[in-house]
Write a protein that binds this ligand. Structure first.
Ligand code: ADP
Ligand code: MG
Length: 236
């Protein structure tokens, strides 16, 4: 059964049609990748889903309930969250405190926010740094802290916007493994990435956005061999 659905989603910013009549459906437990050239509308589509922007037209459903136009806090409370592309933890708080903010203010009724935050740090292998501040973390560790913050909200659906962006090979590998673990824990995943190897290895299906439109969808193998996709994106 579909857990997350978009129906004829459109978003225009003045004269710019960032998302153009996009419909899609993602089942519970699925992991779906979203690719496309810069400016294709990927981040905007994610912001429509998480309630940062209201669609100009169209509808969004989470577990059968319409969430179109609801605010991010409400959507998080219903179990859908997104990692930020640019990670900015609170500087003068420990990693545990940072993750606890996710558990407390994410809006879900987490019984023991601090315990949930600690578990999330363990999950991303940062528990040994729980009581330190984030100022000396590597880029990869910052991305894992961001994942912990979001995990601490106890979500059903996680959206990742370029979570492997700017990482070296080892850090990328660690993130890919981590997303695999998150998927195994039963969560539904929708992710944007430019690191093709990483994205294709964690996605069961891939959607391709170009100029605001979904031009293709299929298995990673089908997408990598799709002529239109190669021309629009993969070939460049
Ligand atoms: P992607 O994430 O695929 O690189 P974006 O969703 O960021 O693409 O952007 C899609 C288009 O929408 C671009 O032309 C971008 O300039 C425009 N856009 C995105 N956000 C805004 C905004 N808040 N205001 C105006 N234009 C925007
Ligand atoms: Mg983007």
């Amino acid at each position: 059964m579909a857990l997350l659905e978009g129906e004829n989603l459109t978003k225009s910013f003045g004269g710019v049609l960032a998302v153009d009549d996009v419909s899609f459906s993602i089942d519970r437990g699925e992991s779906v990748g979203l690719i496309g050239p810069n400016g294709a509308g990927k981040s905007t589509l994610f912001r429509l889903i998480t309630g940062v922007h209201e669609p100009t037209e169209g509808h969004i459903f989470l577990d059968g309930d319409e969430i179109t136009g609801k605010d991010s806090h409400d959507i998080c409370h219903r179990g859908l969250v997104k990692t930020h592309q640019i990670v900015r933890p609170f500087e003068h708080m420990t990693l545990l405190e940072n993750a606890t903010v996710g558990a407390e203010f994410g809006g879900r009724d987490v019984d023991d926010p601090r315990e949930k935050a600690y578990e999330s740090l363990e999950f991303v292998s940062l528990d040994h740094l729980a009581h330190t501040e984030p100022d000396e973390l590597s880029v990869g560790a910052l991305k894992r802290l961001e994942i912990a913050r979001v995990l601490a909200t106890d979500p059903d659906v996680m959206l990742f916007d370029e979570v492997a962006g700017g990482l070296d090979t080892d850090e990328t590998e660690a993130i890919v493994d981590l997303i695999g673990d998150i998927k195994e824990s039963g969560k539904t995943i929708f992710l944007i990435d430019h690191v093709m190897r990483a994205l294709m290895s964690v996605s069961e299906r891939v959607f391709v956005l170009d100029n605001g439109q979904l031009i293709a969808r299929g298995s990673p193998e089908e997408i990598q061999n799709n002529q239109r996709v190669i021309e629009a994106y993969l070939g460049t």
